[in-house]
Design a protein around this ligand. Structure first.
Ligand SMILES: *[C@@H]1O[C@H](CO)[C@@H](O)[C@H](O)[C@H]1NC(C)=O
Ligand SMILES: *[C@@H]1O[C@H](CO)[C@@H](O)[C@H](O)[C@H]1NC(C)=O
Length: 487
């Protein structure tokens, strides 16, 4: 009798608390939660891919972009977004602060828009002046809650971010989207990283959150954003919330916040051996190409990208031993020609043609730089991309680089520079670098200066190719062929 009574009491308490809890869950959720949140999207993914070990390669359709925009500035910012956005191919939305005016037709070349939810209930410091960082931080949650099918990655970016989507896919395809990943890049600025954390994926460079991590993040985000209301940037809030989940940032070197000022030339001409994923702060740096507007510059770079996405900006270094010259190619962008044999380690170090982001100072950056001398006889001769073409059936390309915007009065007048200055262009041939090849171990490709005849030629031929087995790029190898004990 007594045991039955105790059993009944225990049973009814459990029952009551169960209902209390479940109604509480519903209370905290939203009316459409059962439809939007998790269930539909999560289940579909679970049924399809998550349960299996193998899955099809990640492609562009698996990415849902969330672009932080605003209604007032979209007409101006859309020109950057539309450079890379491909209607019916890329999926995602620009998230606006308010609905565009009724009489304005939303451009078909822009991503479709969504209007962000109300953030007036959130805390934000009065000095920051606006709640926009809360709004932008919530884009990942609002994107998730749309419950779209077959989304593996949520990729966030700003309205002035240019994504190189083929390479973004190649980078994400290296990771298992069924696990929790937070992928992006730091700032180039030490000051910025010190303030906003080296472990933050900077939002302008863009970052990717895998589906399972997004699912975790979405549960805690609103409460978490309020906890970190003093953090200035939306990206910093996201980082703080992801660190509570315990997932670290996976850094990929092709995401570029571009926290630099001035001329980005040196930065772009010595890209790390990693696919180019994004460029940001386009309006804050000088034009990529001389004597062009920034939008013209980007279009030119994209011409090369369209022909060979995986190779865009990739550096190849070669030596012309017979003439003691060094050549550094940043494919699709620029060629540098030096009148001497310069160590590879030096050539892969960016020229510091730019200043720091916050203080416009000369240092420090999160990577090494070398000074760009003001003295013409201490600088390489620089060529910029002029033409791009496919030449063969086998995916062979020819890019031509010319001395765009050069000023003869600024040339070095010493005699050993004369033969260099007589060269007016470079013809660089290469085979397309399939973006999939970036899923393997990375190695910079080799190149060779093809024409071997002496005398003055105004066009230099360079061939980029995979390095041969055992090939290294020692500028001393012509004098050191039998020297080393190891060889
Ligand atoms: C992407 O992969 C999915 C399989 O998950 C496939 O159904 C779809 O056709 C692919 N899309 C593209 C654009 O390759
Ligand atoms: C260099 O490339 C251009 C096409 O961009 C071509 O017309 C020209 O003949 C090439 N020059 C040499 C020397 O191969």
């Amino acid at each position: 009798m007594k045991t039955t009574l105790i059993f009944c009491i225990v049973a009814s308490i459990s029952l009551v608390s169960f209902f209390a809890l479940s109604s509480q869950l519903r209370w905290f959720g939203c009316p459409q939660c059962d439809r939007r949140f998790g269930h539909s999207a999560y289940q579909k993914t679970t049924d399809g891919d998550v349960g299996r070990l193998g899955y099809e390669r990640t492609n562009i359709s698996h990415i849902l972009f969330g672009i932080g925009g605003s209604t007032a500035t979209w007409s101006e910012r859309r020109r950057y977004c539309e450079l890379w956005w491909k209607p019916k191919v890329t999926r995602g939305f620009v998230w606006l602060d308010k609905k565009p005016a009724k009489n304005e037709k939303w451009p078909e070349t822009s991503p479709p828009y969504q209007v962000s939810g109300d953030t007036s209930g959130f805390k934000y410091p009065s000095w920051s002046g606006s709640a926009s960082s809360v709004r932008v931080a919530r884009i990942v949650k609002e994107s998730f809650e749309l419950g779209l099918e077959n989304v593996r990655w949520f990729v966030m970016g700003d309205d002035d971010t240019v994504f190189f989507t083929e390479n973004l896919v190649a980078v994400l395809a290296r990771y298992d989207h069924n696990q929790m990943y937070y992928i992006g890049g730091s700032s180039e600025s030490v000051e910025q990283n010190m303030i906003h954390s080296y472990n933050t994926a900077f939002g302008g460079g863009g970052f990717a959150i895998s589906y399972p991590l997004a699912a975790e993040l979405v549960r805690v985000l609103d409460e978490c954003i309020d906890r970190y209301y003093l953090f200035y940037g939306s990206d910093e809030k996201i980082h703080a919330c992801i660190s509570e989940i315990g997932v670290p940032l996976t850094k990929e070197l092709g995401f570029h916040q571009v926290d630099i000022r001035g001329d980005p030339y040196g930065f772009l001409a010595a890209h790390p051996v990693a696919p180019l994923v994004s460029l940001h702060h386009i309006d804050f740096v000088q034009s990529l190409f001389p004597r062009m507007t920034q939008i013209e510059s980007l279009k030119r770079l994209l011409r090369a990208y369209e022909v060979d996405p995986g190779r865009t900006l990739q550096q190849s270094i070669c030596y012309d031993f017979s003439r003691s010259r060094s050549v550094s190619v940043a494919w699709g962008y620029s060629v540098q020609l030096y009148p001497s044999l310069v160590a590879t380690e030096e050539l892969e170090m960016p020229f510091q043609t730019f200043q720091t982001w916050r203080s416009w100072g000369s240092q420090p950056f999160t990577f090494n730089t070398r000074p760009m001398s003001q003295e013409p006889c201490e600088r390489p001769v620089i060529y910029f991309l002029d033409r791009v073409q496919m030449t063969g059936i086998n995916g062979q390309t020819l890019t031509t680089y010319e001395r765009l915007g050069f000023q003869p009065e600024k040339d070095c007048s010493q005699s050993h520079y004369a033969p260099l200055l007589a060269i007016h262009s470079f013809n660089v041939s290469a085979f397309q670098l399939r973006p999939e090849s970036w899923e393997k171990a990375r190695r910079r490709q080799c190149c060779e200066v093809v024409d071997g005849t002496d005398g003055v030629e105004s066009v230099v031929q360079v061939k980029i190719r995979e390095c041969s087995h055992g090939e290294t790029l020692s500028p001393a190898s012509n004098v050191d062929t039998n020297g080393g004990a190891a060889s």
